[in-house]
Design a protein around this ligand. Structure first.
Ligand code: AMP
Ligand code: MN
Ligand code: MN
Length: 319
């Protein structure tokens, strides 16, 4: 039996399904979760989706309010999507990390949890696995197609990143046949910016710090500066990807101080071949993919956080 067939069997046999997303939900975890919830409905099982954090306004089109509002039920089948490790469940971890039945994911640094793990590091997005489940279940409608397309489009940067494969394009081709509106999804994901995000872009370019002869670039984003600019931490979610575009850069890092916990810093890395940011972030207790990864750091102040990260990253170039 394929993994997709197994998941469909489990969903059909369940009384209800509870789907868990990762913290700071991105297009892959949201698109995958709500597409899977629709698959459950097609298979005759009620489903709900749980989010530890509210989605960014830009991604709210991926959320289906009825699945968010659905009440919990006894004996739910619990499925996590795109969640690399129990810690990535955020505030959901306490209640749910020991109750996960099926873990569906594609992170290279995935930590096994749950009764049954389906992890394919070669899949560009968890959405590619959800596509197989939707196809198996016969849930081939336009809304489901849009959600899965958004998941794959998000994690491949619009089918441009090195994780993009023939499989990604094959999935996309099929989703178009199911009715996906590729122009609308791409426009919502990539061609809309809030005023705060625009201010954040200016802030990132104004505060680039180069090291290792320009091969490493970082940006430190203290909470105080965000307060002065009127930006939020989420407005900087694309900062490390923006900095990777700078000529000569091989590794880019953003370091965002948390507003509610000032000694905590959210680190986000992007790299060019052959630098492995998942390995770097794993050394900080985080993880991710070879070209895109993240972690959370504890430091007494912004300067110390920045020094620690630059020192760690610089090792890659001095090896
Ligand atoms: P980000 O820089 O936050 O966009 O994250 C880049 C990639 O790394 C995404 O696929 C995340 O899911 C993954 N990632 C970020 N933080 C962590 C972490 N602490 N543990 C595992 N994977 C992570
Ligand atoms: Mn994700
Ligand atoms: Mn993903």
């Amino acid at each position: 039996m394929t993994n997709a067939a197994y998941v469909c069997e489990q969903i059909k046999a369940a009384k209800a399904v509870c789907i868990l997303c990762h913290t700071r939900p991105d297009g892959d975890t949201l698109g995958s979760a709500f597409a899977l919830a629709r698959v459950c409905r097609v298979l005759g099982t009620p489903a709900r989706v749980l989010l530890a954090d509210p989605p960014a306004a830009r991604l709210s089109f991926l959320c289906c309010p009825d699945f968010l509002a659905a009440p919990g039920q006894p004996d739910e089948l619990v499925i996590s999507v795109d969640v690399a490790s129990p810690a990535q469940l955020g505030s959901l971890c306490e209640t749910w990390c020991d109750r996960v039945d099926l873990k569906i994911d594609h992170h290279a640094t995935a930590v096994p949890f749950g009764r049954f793990c389906w992890v394919e590091p070669d899949a560009a997005a968890t959405g590619e696995l959800i596509y197989e489940i939707a196809r198996e279940a016969g849930a081939r409608d336009a809304r489901t197609a849009d959600l899965i397309y958004a998941a794959v489009c998000s994690d491949t940067g619009g089918f441009r990143y090195s994780n993009t494969t023939a499989r990604s394009f094959g999935v996309a081709a099929d989703l178009i046949l199911w009715g996906a509106n590729v122009a609308d999804v791409a426009e919502r994901l990539f061609d809309r910016q809030s005023v705060g995000e625009c201010r954040a872009i200016g802030d990132v370019y104004a505060n680039m710090r180069f090291a290792c002869g320009g091969r490493l670039v970082s940006v430190l984003i203290p909470a105080e500066r965000r307060a002065a600019l009127g930006t939020t931490e989420e407005d900087y979610s694309n900062a490390s990807a923006l900095l990777r575009t700078v000529e000569g850069v091989e590794l880019s890092v953003s370091i965002r101080q948390q507003s509610d916990q000032p000694t905590k810093y959210r680190v986000s890395m992007r790299s060019r071949d052959p630098i492995d940011c998942a390995a770097l972030c794993a050394r900080l207790g985080g993880g991710g993919h070879v070209r895109a990864a993240g972690a959370t750091l504890t430091a007494p102040g912004p300067a110390q956080a920045e020094e620690q990260i630059i020192r760690l990253c610089a090792e890659v170039f001095h090896a």
